[in-house]
Design a protein around this ligand. Structure first.
Ligand code: ATP
Ligand code: MG
Length: 502
């Protein structure tokens, strides 16, 4: 549209606005005009009161746009839908509010897009409260230190890299190393643990998300889980908004004093969508062509993970962001950013994965900086020696081929290490309960697998679980109830494990 045309349009607009009847429903509304529409970005003229992050709506449609750039004579907004209805010359209305998502308890079990619209064909979701996508994280005085565990059901995590409620633990690794699986197994392990889960799929193929949905449904996890999906085929702006939407949904339940687990799968794709958006908005690119504030984009999201104190309801949001690396390079821009924002990292290694050690967690470099204080007493006592024994094993592993020349102590360390690695192997979709983890770790650290062939250990562990379940109900109950290694429980474990394995 030429400048003259636009000026004519603007002046006629002003005239018609001035003559508007006071009783008109348009009273008090503010309008601007779309001067240009290109690559999903609209240039708005005539709305001087807009703020960053405001929402505008294209007139006579339900299409919304998010204001992302403000200049002296125009504002730039990202259209939140791929639509052919948006055209130059149309009017836009300032809604005078920031972006928010309508949430109620009914959202549990549903799949929604980042604006809260259901995409699973199961009908409308009732709205109880609107939660803002962007919100300042809770301050220090409302928080409490992390002190309760998230039982992930994955032994190598619960024993060695424990995660606490309210913690931010990064899952990082190359493609196809089981990152999503670790997060999904953690979700299905939350059954009966009084936890609401939110899985945010960012820039994934629809078929993959459908598989995740089915997997969670089959394992009964959709009873307490919400999926937020911003597929690769959708607008970059929606992919950018997805984790904030997931966080807003989590905060709805946090306000009710609930514990929430939120998975962002994954923030690498999120950074890419933000880069795409920023380039469309002509912001200057920085390192690796990402905009300079991509660190802030992730830090303000992850700061919203929290453990609140009792005065503020006592709820928590535990965040499990996922990052994909290229050829194990954790020193690239986005990985180092997110590593520095989180309270610990679970490193998944493609070499371990290909060797069949799954989950392929590299326990040597994985850490959890706050979760240790949240570990159950029984786990702390039983798993105490595991990390050291594993570390010693990995150090000696290189010598194992000269086994005949080694002294007995070294041989014993190697024997034990091999079996610990076997006990920590777990199939996907089979998270362990607390008593199962305790029984398996107790057996291996007390040498009950030392005499078994390494290849048979995985089956022996399964046998151990089945036999304990059928013959030692009381012991199982007291482990789950006490969560401590009392003398009685220790004696009970010793007796039962000896009977089954010795
Ligand atoms: P992507 O980079 O594509 O997102 P990812 O790192 O999220 O991949 P997953 O999709 O979780 O990896 O897993 C990759 C494959 O490995 C899947 O086929 C999955 O079934 C298999 N897998 C993952 N963990 C295990 C496991 N513990 N035991 C057996 N198979 C597993
Ligand atoms: Mg994945």
């Amino acid at each position: 549209m030429s400048k003259d045309n636009l000026n004519n349009l603007l002046s006629s607009l002003e005239k018609s606005l001035a003559t508007l009847d006071d009783s008109s429903s348009d009273k008090g509304k503010q309008y601007g005009v779309i001067e240009a529409y290109k690559d999903g970005v609209i240039t708005i003229k005539g709305l001087s009161g807009l703020k960053m992050g405001d929402v505008v709506q294209v007139q006579n449609t339900s299409i919304q746009a998010l204001v992302m750039n403000l200049e002296s004579d125009a504002s730039f907004a990202l259209v939140l839908e791929n639509s052919t209805e948006v055209k130059e010359g149309l009017m836009v209305e300032a809604l005078n509010r920031q972006l928010s998502i309508g949430v109620s308890d009914d959202i549990i079990g549903r799949v929604v897009d980042p604006l809260g619209n259901p995409t699973d064909g199961l009908g409308e979701i009732k709205e109880d409260k609107r939660m803002p996508h962007e919100k300042i994280a809770p301050g220090v005085m409302t928080r409490k230190s992390v002190h309760e565990p998230v039982q992930t059901g994955i032994s190598s995590i619960d024993a060695l890299i424990p995660v606490g409620r309210g913690q931010r633990e990064l899952i990082i690794g190359d493609r196809q190393t089981g990152k999503t699986t670790v997060a999904l197994d953690t979700i299905i392990a939350q059954k009966g643990q009084d936890m609401i889960c939110v899985y945010v799929a960012i820039g994934q193929r629809e078929s993959k998300v459908a598989r995740v949905h089915n997997f969670l449904k089959e394992n009964g996890a959709m009873d307490y889980t919400v999926i937020v999906n911003a597929p690769a085929s959708g607008a970059a702006a929606l992919q950018f908004l997805a984790p904030y939407a997931g966080c807003a949904i989590s905060e709805y339940f946090l306000e009710k004093g609930k514990d929430v687990l939120v998975v962002y799968d994954d923030l690498s794709k999120h950074a890419v969508s933000y880069r795409e958006m920023s380039l469309l908005l002509r912001r200057p690119p920085g390192r690796e062509a990402y905009p300079g504030d991509v660190f802030y984009v992730h830090s303000r999201l992850l700061e919203r993970a929290v453990k609140l104190n009792e005065a503020n309801g006592g709820g928590s949001i535990t965040a499990l962001p996922i990052i994909e690396t290229l050829a194990g390079d954790v020193s690239a821009y986005i990985p180092t950013n997110v590593i520095s924002i989180t309270d610990g990292q679970i490193f998944l290694d493609s070499k371990l994965f290909n060797k069949g050690i799954r989950p392929a967690i590299d326990v040597g470099i994985s850490v959890s900086r706050v979760g240790g204080s949240a570990q159950t007493k029984v786990m702390k006592k039983v798993a105490g020696t595991v990390k050291l024994e594993l570390a010693q094993y990995y150090e000696l592993e290189a010598f194992s081929q000269f086994a005949s020349e080694l002294d007995d102590a070294t041989k014993a360390q190697l024997t034990r290490g091999v079996r610990i690695v076997e006990v920590l192997k777990q199939k996907n979709g089979e998270p362990r309960t607390l008593w199962q983890q305790i029984a398996a770790l107790y057996a291996v650290t007390n040498g009950y697998f030392d005499a078994k062939e390494p290849k048979t250990v995985v089956d022996e562990v399964t046998t151990l679980f089945t036999k304990l379940e059928s013959g030692n109900k009381d012991l199982i109950e007291s482990i789950e109830k006490e969560k401590n290694l009392t003398d009685d429980i220790k004696a009970g474990l010793e007796k039962a494990v000896k009977k089954i394995l010795a």
